[in-house]
Write a protein that binds this ligand. Structure first.
Ligand code: DOR
Length: 442
């Protein structure tokens, strides 16, 4: 039997739960943080504890990425739970919530159990899996366990996962209480506009086909259903200024929303530079949308950040639009992207930690995560805010092997990532022996 893992992290700049900073030490035992103090006396340190000199580094709660597509089972040529979780470890992501558009779809307890079993075997970070809604699986949506919630694709097409019919949507919102997360794009409008713009192969047309109205119509519809049934609603990857303004005016207390780093930092100008690598659903928008989304995030209208990590191979992405698939990877770059924004004065480091960890744990009711305090899980990331390094294709660990942010010079790269008290990433190296745990949703 291996000894209980214990860590003594010394001299870190620690983000405290009240948002203040303290230079000091953290001690962990097994999976738990047991002590946080300006200095822990040598006699209080568990003799077997591994000492990590964190001088000059910043200690944040591990990132919880609440929307990823990790492709296993069925699409492992793009990504699998092992490669995706290695990318998470490098990116400081210690927990993720994964989406149901795998093959088979995660629409039954059996499919959910299968994913949980696979993750227990090969996942280096903590995991949770959404159950996907179809027009037919209402009973499964009630009973599936454990799951962060029900995912509804209102417009984007993944076979039976599309739920667009009003009666079917009403039935899902009316029954039960668990969180409903929506991909809000209107199918009817997408289909109409595909016809209008058919034959155009410039990927920039993607943002015009699935335009701002396409997203707004569906978000309004989801919001109306949520209000009618007082049902817990989460709006995934909100992409437009119009949706942000709508929520600013009218956001019930039981509704949350997220935004991706790419919808904050990229816009339609990206098509010129990276072509179909910029294609995703919902699409990239105008600079004006970037600005409004940022302001909504700063003002708390948008609650937190997700990457929508959606890897496709370069070969698949090289197909001519519209045959090229939508989606881009994100778990490896999200934290340094956002911390770079913080260091450039757009927001604070404490806000980034809230949006990427604390607020996510709160919204999904994940116990003992999202803070550096005794009794919380030892899911931590030590980042270097003093050095800038570019995003390099050859360093990426995601199986798809590319990033829309290649060449971006970023700071805040993880130096150590710790999952359940074990170092899973250290200065460029992954410890493949570490395994995460299934997340709990209270
Ligand atoms: O661009 C996207 N790709 N958006 C989604 O919601 C799904 C994802 C995928 O699975 O490829």
């Amino acid at each position: 039997m291996s000894a209980t893992p214990c860590l003594w992290i010394r001299n870190a700049r620690i983000l405290l739960p009240n948002g203040e900073w303290m230079v000091g030490d953290v001690q962990t035992r097994a999976r738990t943080i047991i002590q946080v103090a300006p200095e822990i006396a040598a006699e209080e340190i568990i003799p077997t504890a591994r000492e990590i000199d964190a001088s000059g580094l910043t200690l944040l709660p591990g990132v919880i990425d609440p929307q990823v597509h990790f492709r296993e089972p069925g699409l492992e040529h793009k990504e699998d739970l092992f490669t995706a979780s290695k990318a998470c470890a490098r990116g400081g992501v210690t927990s993720f919530l994964e989406m149901p558009n795998t093959h088979p779809l995660t629409i039954t307890q059996a499919a959910l159990d299968d994913k949980l079993q696979r993750a227990a075997q090969k996942c280096l970070v903590n995991y949770g899996f959404f159950i996907g809604a179809t027009p037919e699986n209402l009973p499964d949506l009630h009973t599936a366990n454990p799951t962060p919630g029900i995912k509804i694709f209102m417009g984007s097409m993944h076979g039976p996962l599309l739920v667009d019919d009003q009666e079917a949507l009403e039935a899902i919102f009316a029954a039960g209480e668990r969180l409903i997360a929506v991909h809000a794009e209107d199918k009817t409008r997408i289909e109409e506009r595909r016809k209008i713009f058919s034959g155009i192969t410039d990927p920039a047309i993607h943002s015009q086909i699935q335009d701002n109205q396409t997203a707004l119509i569906a978000t309004k519809r989801a919001l109306a259903l949520s209000k009618k049934y007082q049902r817990r609603l989460h709006i995934l990857h909100m992409s437009t200024g119009e949706e942000a303004e709508l929520l600013r005016q009218d956001k019930p207390s039981w509704v949350t929303a997220e935004v991706t780093p790419q919808h904050l930092l990229l816009n339609v100008s990206a098509y010129e530079k990276i072509g179909t690598l910029a294609q995703m659903n919902p699409p990239l928008r105008a600079p004006r949308d970037n600005e409004i989304l940022w302001q909504a995030l700063l003002d708390g209208v948008i609650d937190f950040i997700a990457t929508d990590h959606a890897p496709h191979t370069l070969e698949e992405k090289a197909k001519e639009y519209p045959n090229s698939p939508s989606g881009m990877p994100g778990v490896e770059t999200s934290l340094p992207l956002m911390l770079t924004q913080a260091m450039q004065g757009r927001c604070t480091v404490a806000q980034v930690a809230n949006w990427m960890s604390t607020a996510v744990a709160k919204a999904y009711k994940i116990p003992k995560k999202g803070a550096i305090a005794p009794g919380f899980d030892a899911d931590l990331v030590l980042v270097d805010l003093n050095t800038y390094r570019p995003v390099l294709r050859e360093e990426l660990l995601t199986k798809c092997g590319w990033s829309p942010f290649e060449g971006w010079n970023l700071t805040g790269w993880p130096v150590f990532t710790i999952v359940g008290g074990k170092v899973v990433y250290e200065k460029g190296k992954i410890n493949t022996e570490v395994r995460g745990e299934a997340l709990i949703f209270n």
